[in-house]
Ligand binder design. Structure first.
Ligand code: ADP
Ligand code: MG
Length: 480
């Protein structure tokens, strides 16, 4: 039987507000446990939550970015459950009336065509605290710094048909929230967490029973967890067993998913509107002010890069991965006056060096302007593309600007015909046997044999001779 995979994602994006969603406590990451939890976050009796406007503003920006219907009237509800890191006994979330309704994003599939993925809704909610199991021999520590941190939960339609599509969708949402400046996207710190709902069905059939894979914190794990889960479900169905609806956890060390709780053990959350919070009414002026300074979004930027700079879809896609990278490329391109060259270097040498050093583009030791000036030296013939690699390495390790490195290491291309002629003459004199063979060969072969002489000349000039000139001079002299 041919099985079709069906995936829907729930993504929790932590909103980049300075204070919490219902209190004035700081949301800064990494503070000493329980130093950023105020009475509201602790859920002490008699306290009242006050909604953080900025969190609503961020949710609205997201809604507009994914072309969603905004919930002009949204309602906070209590989601009741017991857990040690939730002192109130309920989480404030949105249930029937979310702030962001139905929207959509586009992903690029492997064959380069676009596919639209529906977003069912996005709602505001508060995060819970954290249970700490290490360092407390046989006990559990509770850190409530994270309690009350604003989250935007983004729920997709079950529109994805493979782990790769799910990753493309998750990357797209990640890209959008970062462009909007509403989430830092830091997965190690838990600012962007993904749950994957996975089921399989015979092609064209109704939806199968799904399992929910909780708390995946990297795109690689998302892909691996889904692929494992799909295989597991197919194996079960093909051996006559059923898939049970349950929550499962992915174990990266063993590369497998394991049951955490089944549907029967699932909580009944007894949602009801929170009597401490008024419904949120979005009026036109609030929406207008929220979207006033919307940035150019990734899709628009990608298309513009293709049209304006003549880049391939692939290059444009890579370069618009983050706003910072796109800005870097654009200023280097402007400085160099050659966008394609700037694209090749940004996606090539720069990205490779950043990866190797575990660095982000914003902390690149070679700034966009430094790269731009170096590229200008290629364009104006001061250095060859090959020598530029040495110049780049020099700049990367702190030897100075392109011009300083070229000067200090004497890397200027030799374009002086006389100097090259001398090296050519030396090479011909030093290799009489090769010259004899060359002259005896037929024209088609000669072209190939020329490579040996070019190589010798380049070697003697330490890569600095202009390759085009070397070729011309050699051909002339050898035939000469
Ligand atoms: P819940 O209330 O349990 O969270 P929802 O109906 O809100 O369930 O769905 C949660 C997520 O699961 C959504 O992203 C949705 O697209 C996805 N989903 C629902 N049914 C399926 C299914 N059969 N297979 C895969 N994903 C599904
Ligand atoms: Mg859910």
């Amino acid at each position: 039987m041919q099985w079709e995979t069906v995936i829907g994602l729930e993504i929790h994006a932590q909103l980049a507000t300075r204070s919490k969603i219902f209190s004035g406590a700081s949301t800064a990451f990494g503070a000493e446990p329980n130093t950023q939890a105020c009475n509201v976050d602790l859920g002490l009796p008699g306290v009242l939550p006050v909604l953080n406007r900025e969190a609503v503003r961020m949710a609205v920006r997201f809604g507009v970015a994914i072309e969603a219907e905004l919930g002009r009237r949204s309602v906070f509800a209590r989601k009741n459950y017991f857990y040690p890191d939730l002192p109130k006994g309920y989480q404030i979330s949105q249930f029937e009336l979310p702030v962001v309704g139905r929207g959509q994003v586009e992903i690029l599939q492997d064959d380069g065509t676009a596919k639209t993925i529906g977003v069912t809704r996005a709602h505001l909610e508060e995060d819970a605290g954290k249970s700490l199991h290490e360092d407390f021999h046989g006990l559990t520590g509770i850190d409530l710094n994270r309690a009350g941190t604003p989250l935007l939960e983004i729920v997709s339609e079950p529109d994805m048909r493979s782990a790769r599509e799910a990753v493309a969708y998750a990357r797209k949402i990640h890209q959008v929230v970062r462009y909007l400046g509403i989430c830092d996207g830091n997965m190690q710190e838990g600012s962007f967490r993904m749950d994957a709902n996975v089921s399989v069905r015979p092609y064209g059939d109704e939806l199968g029973t799904r399992a929910e894979l909780k708390n995946l914190n990297s795109f690689r794990f998302l892909e691996k967890a889904i692929n494992f889960e799909v295989e597991r479900q197919i194996d079960r169905l093909e051996s006559g067993a059923e898939v049970v609806q349950e929550t499962r956890l992915y174990d990266a060390d063993k590369d497998e998913t394991r049951s955490m709780r089944s549907k029967e053990e699932a909580n009944d959350y007894r949602y009801f509107p929170d009597p401490d919070l008024l419904p949120v009414e979005l009026d036109d002026s609030f929406i207008a002010s929220a979207v006033k300074d919307m940035p150019e979004l990734p899709d628009a930027k990608r298309q513009r890069f293709g049209q304006e700079y003549g880049l391939t879809a692939y290059d444009a896609q890579l370069l618009t991965g983050s706003e910072a990278l796109a800005d870097y490329f654009e200023s280097a391109a402007r400085e160099a006056g050659d966008p394609k060259l700037a694209a090749n270097w940004t996606n090539g040498a720069v990205s490779a060096a950043l990866n190797k050093g575990g660095l982000d583009i914003t902390s690149s030791p070679v700034t966009a302007s430094m790269l731009g000036v170096m590229l200008k030296r290629i364009v104006d013939g001061t250095i060859s593309g090959k020598i530029a690699k040495q110049v780049f390495e020099g700049m990367w390790s702190g030897d100075g600007t392109a011009d300083e490195v070229i000067e200090a290491k004497g890397l200027k291309q030799i374009t002086d015909g006389g100097a090259i002629e001398k090296i050519v003459a030396d090479v011909i004199a030093a290799n009489p046997r090769q010259v004899e063979n060359y002259l005896a060969a037929e024209a088609a072969k000669q072209q190939k044999m020329l490579g040996f002489f070019v190589g010798q000349v380049m070697k003697q000039s330490r890569g600095k001779a202009n390759p085009r000139q070397v070729n011309e001079l050699l051909t002339k002299k050898l035939r000469g």
